[in-house]
Design a protein around this ligand. Structure first.
Ligand code: PLP
Ligand code: COI
Length: 341
């Protein structure tokens, strides 16, 4: 085993082709045995359901090198479960949970030389996804599907790493009530592209989406959930049926409560409460927990008292503890770490 010659500390959040990916096909009502393949391209019908009607779902998780040199993944069983929920909502066949976790293990093993070294700040991002692959022209689910999982080494999602970012309140909605905001469907991201390009063009790093029905409650950004800190150090996170149930957010709530002794609350968060919070973070696999320094509400700036120019103390402690657990410096709760042997 020889690590690839990559400048690990300076890679961004981008795609880099690696050696092997896992592929399994669904046909005649059953998944085939699945295998690792070298071909990084996909050949499908010009009329494939994914191309016409966006029947595609995905997941995202990471493999890390621990302080003692082991390679581990973080809670892949929860990604497997969420993909089951996503599949059911888009009328796709379920890829079995055990097979999902096995595909993660096989893909990491096959690309072990791409797992960034401990301390580099980079990780191996894993992207499982599934799409309707056969031709449909009437609006209906496909009959055939492909599940794929590739790996790509990545650096920080937000340039600047732990420097607080500035976000704006979006006038575009991300998810409808009773829609698909709670699952990881490609269509949720397609409809966020205009909003993110527009935000970047206006100098903002991300969008804060409000609930589409009343536009009074905080939902999430295009790729991460919110955590807020009150002046009494309580952690508050929005509860909504139209946001993605982030695995990082669920883990951070446990970390806050059980490791840091903080009070945690998952509840509706009204936008008018935002100025009362002293710190704000965006959490997700890609974002880990990235500090937000300022929210721009149509020209009116809300600056977080303890985290405006530098990462605040509570978000910083949460980040340190979670990454410590992921990198093996801090004991993890039972079942959180899947070692790749
Ligand atoms: N919210 C959205 C819309 C996302 O795309 C993601 C990324 O996966 C998250 C939240 C964070 O979820 P997780 O922590 O499971 O990666
Ligand atoms: C992740 O955090 O894994 C995501 O999927 C967010 C974004 C890259 C879509």
């Amino acid at each position: 085993m020889a690590k690839k010659d990559i400048d690990w500390s300076n890679i961004g959040f981008g795609y880099m082709e690696t050696d092997k990916r896992y592929v399994s096909n669904y046909k005649d009502g059953a998944w085939d045995a699945g295998a690792l393949v070298e071909d990084s391209t996909v050949t499908i019908s010009e009329c494939a359901c994914v191309l016409q009607y966006a029947q595609t779902i995905f997941e995202g998780l990471k493999a890390y090198t621990t302080v003692d040199g082991r390679v581990v993944c973080f809670r892949p069983d929860l990604n497997a479960e969420r993909m089951v929920d996503s599949a059911k909502r888009l009328e796709m066949p379920v890829f079995p949970k055990e097979r999902f976790v096995d595909a993660v293990v096989q893909t990491v093993q096959a690309n072990i030389d791409y797992v960034p070294p401990y301390g580099s700040g980079a990780t191996l991002y894993l992207r499982p996804y599934m799409f309707g692959s056969d031709a449909v022209i009437g609006v209906k689910p496909a009959n055939e599907y492909q599940f794929r999982l590739f790996a790509t080494p990545v650096g920080p999602y937000f340039k600047g790493g732990v420097k607080p970012i500035t976000i704006r309140v979006s006038d575009f909605d991300r998810a409808a009530p009773n829609g698909t905001g709670h699952i990881k469907a490609g269509l949720n991201y397609a409809m966020s592209l205009h909003a993110i390009v527009d935000a970047h063009a206006k100098g903002f790093d991300e969008n804060m989406y409000l609930d589409a029905a009343t536009r009074t409650k905080v939902e999430e950004t295009g790729g991460a959930n919110f955590l807020f800190v009150t002046k009494d150090n309580k952690i508050v996170t929005p509860k909504s049926d139209s946001i993605l149930p982030s695995i990082t957010r669920r883990s951070l709530m446990t970390v806050a409560k059980d490791y840091l002794g903080l009070e945690v609350e998952e509840r509706e968060v009204f936008f008018e409460e935002v100025p009362e919070f002293v710190e704000c973070g965006l959490c997700g696999t890609a974002a880990v927990i990235s500090p937000v320094g300022c929210v721009n509400d149509h020209g009116k700036e809300i600056k977080f008292a303890n985290g405006c120019t530098e990462i605040g103390p509570v978000i910083s402690k949460l980040r340190e503890t979670l990454t410590g657990i992921q990198m093996g410096q801090i004991d993890a709760p039972e079942g959180w770490i899947k070692e790749i042997k």
